[in-house]
Write a protein that binds this ligand. Structure first.
Ligand code: ADP
Length: 522
């Protein structure tokens, strides 16, 4: 810290005369100007002495004293008071050109000069020290504010530590190190404001920092503990625990009381930010734990519904056919076999969904894109799901000409299947399901419209999240995976999928796929 900064200590009297004040201004010029003023007053006194009289001239000599006192401080003002008095005495008090102190009245004048110099100088210094304190307070508040702002944006511990040491070092013109304990409780350097630091290599400072950590008290410079240490060490602590130690070694002066409080305040801010990050990390862990618990619950749920139920029904039908096959006529056998097929398809769909989800999650979903006819995919999907769709009326609306689209045939079929299954699951038996295809300039949009209950507006985005299910009044079983798989597949095709409510009741599930520039004409 240089002498112009707050907290400079006064040196010798000569140093006092010509030191610089807190604004960086030197005392030299005001003293020189005061000396010139003394010269001017002497000259004026000589020219107009007869008219002015000795007392008035004495009063005029107060001007340089006041000027010096207001512009500098006590010492320079007393120095100017002395010179002023000597000049007045030598040049104006008979016998002229001799320094006489015979008349006690002159001594009184001298005392008045000194008193003015002292009082005005003192006032100036008081004002200066107030201004200096205000400046210090302002810079401290700014430092704390800056650090708080930086820390609130820090998203990880290493970045946070670096902000703390950089801000501390810049504010105090010092070396700064943040120590944090390792698993054994031994302090390690977590961040330093530059690479080669005295603080990090001095055994005394390392010992002092460790002591501070263990005893929760400041140590080192300006304290009574580890007086040989070169740095000041404060605990970085919250009410409950000590998270580390902030160490500061001023590059020039010692640390003043106010600066030590600033270090403590910076350490306190850092502790709060560290706790915030720790809590955020914990919350993240809890969230992923919750997600994996939900995954487990959903898997158990689905396995019992979508795997166990059809498997039981297959086993039942197959056992009947094997054990009592001869008892059934052709029609009964056909019913049992169709039940087996239906259950096997259900299991197949479920396993496919799980596999797709796993592939999407692991990033292994590779698109096998080929020029395909949407009309064809819709036809195949309807055929393959005719059993499920049997209880609903299916209507299709599409333009005569649909361009071919480069897509993964099987995956888009999977999307259509999932959307149709939902339309069946979430709308009343016998209601209509409308499949429409529309073409805009650069996209083709497919819409599945049902006449079910629709989806609450707030959930229209969330239903595409994994395991997100709405409470259904009819207790429809499901896993909450179908729509998230649809979204994964459509987004892999650079398309978009969304749901809205249908005017007049029901929901509209739309997905759009981009048409490529080089689309071959069908
Ligand atoms: P699942 O149907 O197995 O629960 P999905 O991911 O396919 O999982 O759907 C998520 C949720 O979205 C469903 O639980 C349901 O509440 C809602 N949903 C999906 N399709 C429809 C639809 N056509 N009408 C009303 N709600 C729907």
């Amino acid at each position: 810290m240089d002498r112009s900064k707050p907290g400079s200590h006064p040196g010798s009297i000569w140093g006092q005369l010509f030191r610089t004040d807190y604004t960086g201004q030197s005392n030299l010029w005001p003293v020189v100007v005061s000396l010139l003023l003394i010269g001017l007053v002497t000259l004026t006194g000589k020219l107009y002495g007869d008219y002015l009289g000795i007392t008035s001239i004495g009063m005029l000599f107060l001007l340089p004293v006041i000027f010096a006192a207001v512009r500098t401080g006590i010492y320079p003002a007393i120095f100017i008071a002395l010179i002023s008095f000597v000049c007045w005495d030598i040049f104006f008090i008979p016998p002229v050109l001799l320094l006489t102190a015979s008349d006690p009245r002159h001594l009184i004048t001298f005392l008045v000069f000194l008193l003015v110099a002292y009082t005005a100088g003192n006032m100036t210094e008081l004002l200066r020290s107030r201004a200096r304190e205000a400046l210090q307070r302002e810079s401290q508040t700014r430092a704390l504010y800056e650090l708080a702002r930086e820390l609130s944006a820090a998203a990880e511990m290493s970045g946070l530590g670096q902000h703390v040491v950089n801000q501390t070092a810049a504010t105090l013109d010092a070396e700064a190190v943040l120590f944090q304990p390792d698993d054994t409780g031994k302090l390690q350097i977590a961040a330093a404001n530059r690479s080669l630091l005295d603080l990090a290599s001095s055994p005394n400072d390392l010992l002092a920092a460790q002591w501070t950590f263990e005893n929760n008290q400041p140590s080192g410079l300006s304290t009574t503990m580890f007086t040989g240490a070169r740095g000041y060490h404060v605990p970085v602590q919250t009410e409950k625990k000590i998270l580390g130690v902030l160490s500061v070694k001023p590059l020039h002066d010692a640390l003043e009381e106010q600066q030590r409080s600033l270090v403590a305040a910076l350490a306190g801010l850092s502790a709060l930010a560290m706790v915030r990050l720790e809590l955020a990390e914990e919350a993240q862990e809890i969230k992923s734990l919750e997600a994996s618990e939900r995954l487990q619950a959903a898997l158990f749920n689905s396995i019992s519904h979508d795997l166990k139920t059809p498997l039981t029904s297959i086993l039942g039908s197959v056992s009947s056919l094997v054990d009592e096959g001869s008892l059934y006529d052709v029609e009964q056998k056909a019913t049992l076999l169709s039940g087996i097929k239906h259950s096997a398809e259900r299991m197949n769909r479920f396993v496919n969904n799980l596999l797709d989800m796993a592939r999407l999650e692991s990033g292994y979903m590779k698109l096998n894109r080929e020029w395909s006819d949407l009309q064809d995919i819709i036809g195949v999907t309807l055929r393959e799901n005719q059993d499920i769709l049997r209880e609903h009326t299916i209507r299709i609306e599409m333009p005569d000409q649909i361009p071919l689209i480069k897509l993964d045939y099987a995956l888009i079929e999977q999307v259509l299947t999932n959307l149709l299954h939902n339309a069946v699951k979430y709308s009343p038996l016998g209601s209509e399901i409308l499949i429409s295809v529309t073409r805009q300039a650069e996209v083709i949009t497919v819409t599945i419209a049902d006449q079910g209950e629709g989806i609450p507006v707030g959930d229209q985005e969330a239903i595409f999240d994994k395991f997100y299910r709405l409470q259904s009044p009819h207790n429809v079983s499901g896993t909450g995976l179908g729509l998230s798989i649809c979204r994964g597949i459509i987004e892999a095709h650079e398309g978009r999928i969304w749901a809205v409510n249908r005017a007049g009741g029901g929901s509209l599930f739309n997905f759009s796929l981009p048409l490529e520039a080089s689309t071959p004409q069908s």
